[in-house]
Design a protein around this ligand. Structure first.
Ligand code: SF4
Ligand code: SF4
Length: 217
């Protein structure tokens, strides 16, 4: 899932300081699961902004709603009226959600309340780690299902680098060396011999931005 973090209250206040009627939109997908942009967070942000704006001459009017998915235009119909009645929108979604809102509601400023961080998973409650950089040319079949592009800070396709110590990465001693994880997994799979093969450089042309996929429907 997409992992995002809420921006600081100071940064959010700076973005909306010249607007009075603010509509906060949460998203019911990834950011809800990673506990940063769902209905509860919409309510918390609403309260925090109300309190921080209490000394403003003109009182803020804050409304909030969470829709199923901000990155899918059909769900945006549900908030047409709320948007019409607002001066500005704060989106609590990933960057794709913010841009979908901004594209549909062209006459109203849409601001990101979140910083989109990465594609990842939760390894323990409330903790998320990056797993995939969406490189467009997946090589997990060669590396025992562990992504060296993302989980090795050097993105080494043939590792380890030699700096690994006690199973940890030299660039970040709190993180396991991705290539040690790959080695251990390949051993469990009885595929250690395959690690003697040299992986070719990646074809980064498959990572051209902006990416486009046609599902052929
Ligand atoms: S190889 Fe590419 S697509 Fe596969 S997990 Fe890693 S970054 Fe993602
Ligand atoms: S120690 Fe391992 S994970 Fe860290 S940079 Fe070297 S090969 Fe990559």
């Amino acid at each position: 899932m997409v992992i995002a973090e809420i921006k600081s209250l100071a940064d959010i206040n700076e973005m909306i300081k010249s607007f009075r009627k603010i509509f906060i939109v949460g998203c019911g997908e990834c950011v809800s699961v990673c506990l940063t942009g769902g209905q509860k967070q919409v309510e918390l942000l609403s309260s925090a902004l109300r309190i921080s704006g209490r000394n403003d001459k003109e009182k803020r009017i804050l409304k909030g709603k969470t829709i199923s998915r901000q990155c899918e235009p059909k769900f945006l119909e549900q908030i047409n009226k709320d948007i019409e009645e607002s001066d500005a929108v704060l989106s609590m979604a990933c960057g794709a959600g913010v841009q979908t809102l901004s594209e549909k509601f062209r006459k109203i400023p849409v601001f990101p309340a979140m910083d989109t961080k990465f594609i990842g998973v939760s390894d323990e409650a409330g903790n998320f780690i990056e797993m995939c950089s969406a490189c467009g040319d997946c090589i997990l079949s060669l590396t025992g299902g562990i992504c060296p592009v993302t989980r090795c800070p050097k993105g080494l396709l043939n590792g380890p680098c030699g700096g690994s110590k006690n199973g940890k990465c030299e660039a970040n001693p709190e993180t396991p060396c991705a290539w040690l994880l790959i080695y251990e997994k390949m051993k469990e799979l009885n595929k250690l011999e395959e690690l003697k093969n040299i992986n070719n450089p990646k074809d980064w042309s498959k990572n051209m931005r902006p990416g486009k996929v046609n599902a052929g429907i």
